[in-house]
Every structure is written in structure tokens, then in C-alpha cells.
Design a binder for this molecule. Structure first.
Ligand SMILES: Nc1nc2c(ncn2[C@@H]2O[C@H](COP(=O)(O)OP(=O)(O)OP(=O)(O)O)[C@@H](O)[C@H]2O)c(=O)[nH]1
Ligand SMILES: [Mg+2]
Length: 293
């Protein structure tokens, strides 16, 4: 049996979480068109007859501007230090830039044997993909794979190489496990996802969701209460939307997804609250579950 932990790293928005979901075969991490969607380390488990790879999805590495950003970056460093291997994801639809080079440098510094995944080939021109592959091949990493995390193209070959690189070891999770996240976190993330693509500019970053209560009624209905936390009074109205429309649409979508997962009726009670500048305040970050390094 081969087993181990593989960190999935890269700059924001390159498709790390989409890749983890594709490899696990189930949605364990939320995704969006907004950079910095992922804000904690999420483990997705891929089990085969003679292997278990624990993929560790990480927040996109970036130049931090807030206390939150700094905490997210140090989370990535710690994950790298604890991993057996690394998948370094870049985006074929945009030229390799300073953001990607920053990640490459960090990987070289930490002596990681990274597999480079050139992602989103389904949306890139052939010449663009070839150019990226050539450029990525100049980094001192052993393999470069063209993939599409969205369609699954090339993902099998990447997984095969990842497994071949793993040390001999036991399974870390029981068969059938797909993620290590507590249910309240999964629920909060699903709710947050429904807002992300609908919000503009800085607002996606200002949003955090906290499940405050979960219970099951006698009839088997699951009742979830959650706070949708923003940073400023002015953001409250935007999140609620005209006549409550945005809150309602996002809430309905989240509720349907939860009903599909649980196979039970769900009541989702969302409350919008303001916690001023939570991204910059260490105590609030602690309370919202973002560990300090
Ligand atoms: N066309 C296409 N789109 C993709 C592919 N992979 C990811 N995307 C899209 O790219 C966007 C970002 O994907 P995510 O998986 O959230 O990216 P991420 O790297 O996890 O982003 P952060 O968590 O913010 O660092 C989403 O809109 C995805 O649907 C792909 O292979 N093809
Ligand atoms: Mg992500």
C-alpha cells in the first residue's frame, strides 16, 4: 500500500479546489470565479485498491495585505512542510506571471518535488498550452502535466504519477472518507459559495459564514442557523440585496444543495451581521476559526 499527503498549491484562482474535487470525485471544496475563495486547509481523500492519497487543498499564495492574508500564507507554508509531495497548479489561460514565480520560488526553497499541473487546457489555445508547458519545464521540477480540472482531461495521468511518488504506508482515513471537514464547516462553506460569484470587488473577501446552530426536528427536517458576517454596515445592504433578493437566492440555492446531500428537508435561517474589519483583527480571526501561525 502506498499512502501520503499531497499539498495542492498555486496562486489564487488557478483551479486548485476544482482539481481536488475532480480527483476525489465529489465536491469537498467550494470554488468560485473570485480569487481567494479557499481560506483553510481542506483535505480530500482519494482511495484506490492499493493507495490512498490525501490531497491538501490550500488557499492561493499571494502578497498579503491583511492579517487574514498573512495567516493564509503561513498556513500554506506549514502544509508544505508536512506534505510528502506537491501539486503545483498554474493556469494555461493566463501567462506565467510574478504570482506563479513566487510559488515556484517557495517550492524550490523548500526542496519540494513538485508535479506541475498546467490547468484549464479546455479553455486555452493549443499554442498557449505548448508555450506554458515549455516555460514550466524550465523550473527544476520533474514533471509537467497539461490538465483540465473541469473536464478531468489529463487528471488520471497526474494522479498516477502522484501515487507512484508516494512512500509505502497505511491508509490514514477509513474507506469511504472523502474529507476531514466537520459538518458545520461544510455547511458554512456551501452558504459562502452561493454569495461569492454574485458579489463584486472587495466584498467576496469581506464575507465569512458561521453556522451557529444545527438541529433535527421530529419530522426529520434539518434546521440550520447561520450568520453571514460582513465587515462594514454598507456591505450589509449589498449582501441582503434589493428587497432581500440576494439573500433569498443564495439561501435557496444553499438549501437545495444541502437537501441533496442529506436527502432530507432543510430549513436554512440566515442572519446578516457586521463584525467591523474582521480580516484585520486578530481576536476576531481567532473567533472565526482562522488559526494564527
Ligand atoms: N474552464 C475551466 N475552468 C476551470 C478549470 N479549473 C477551474 N476552473 C474555474 O476557475 C475558477 C477558480 O477555480 P477554483 O478551483 O476556485 O480555484 P482555486 O485555485 O481553488 O482558487 P483559490 O481558492 O481562490 O485560491 C472557477 O470559476 C472554476 O470553475 C478548468 O480546468 N477549466
Ligand atoms: Mg480554492
Amino acid at each position: 500500500m502506498r499512502s501520503g499527503f499531497a499539498a495542492v498549491v498555486g496562486r489564487p484562482n488557478v483551479g486548485k479546489s476544482t482539481l481536488v474535487n475532480q480527483m476525489v470525485g465529489s465536491k469537498v471544496a467550494i470554488t468560485s470565479t473570485r480569487p481567494q475563495t479557499t481560506r483553510n486547509v481542506i483535505r480530500g481523500v482519494v482511495s484506490g485498491p492499493d493507495y490512498q492519497v490525501v490531497l491538501v487543498d490550500t488557499p492561493g499564495l499571494h502578497k498579503p495585505r491583511t492579517e487574514l492574508g498573512a495567516r493564509l500564507n503561513s498556513l500554506v507554508s506549514r502544509t508544505l512542510a508536512e506534505s510528502d509531495s506537491v501539486v503545483f497548479v498554474i493556469d494555461a489561460t493566463a501567462p506565467i506571471g510574478p504570482g506563479d514565480r513566487l510559488v515556484a520560488e517557495r517550492l524550490v526553497e523548500s526542496n519540494a518535488r513538485a508535479l506541475v499541473a498546467v490547468n484549464k487546457v479546455d479553455r486555452a489555445a493549443r499554442t498557449q498550452v505548448v508555450e506554458q508547458l515549455l516555460e514550466a519545464a524550465e523550473w527544476p521540477f520533474p514533471h509537467v502535466f497539461p490538465i483540465s480540472a473541469a473536464t478531468g482531461e489529463g487528471v488520471g495521468a497526474l494522479l498516477e504519477e502522484l501515487v507512484a511518488d508516494l512512500p509505502e504506508g497505511p491508509a490514514f482515513y477509513p474507506e469511504g472518507t472523502m474529507t476531514d471537514q466537520p459538518e458545520t464547516v461544510v455547511v458554512a462553506e456551501i452558504v459562502r459559495e452561493k454569495f461569492l460569484d454574485r458579489l463584486r470587488e472587495e466584498l467576496p473577501h469581506s464575507l465569512v459564514v458561521r453556522v451557529t446552530d444545527m438541529s433535527t426536528s421530529e419530522g426529520g427536517r434539518i434546521i440550520v442557523e447561520a450568520d453571514v458576517v460582513v465587515e462594514r454596515d454598507s456591505q450589509m445592504g449589498i449582501v441582503i440585496g434589493k428587497g432581500g433578493r440576494l439573500l433569498k437566492t443564495a439561501g435557496t440555492e444553499a438549501r437545495s444543495e444541502l437537501e441533496a446531500i442529506w436527502g432530507a428537508p432543510v430549513t436554512l435561517d440566515l442572519r446578516v451581521v457586521v463584525e467591523r474589519d474582521w480580516q484585520r483583527r486578530p481576536q476576531l480571526l481567532d473567533r472565526l476559526g482562522f488559526d494564527a501561525s
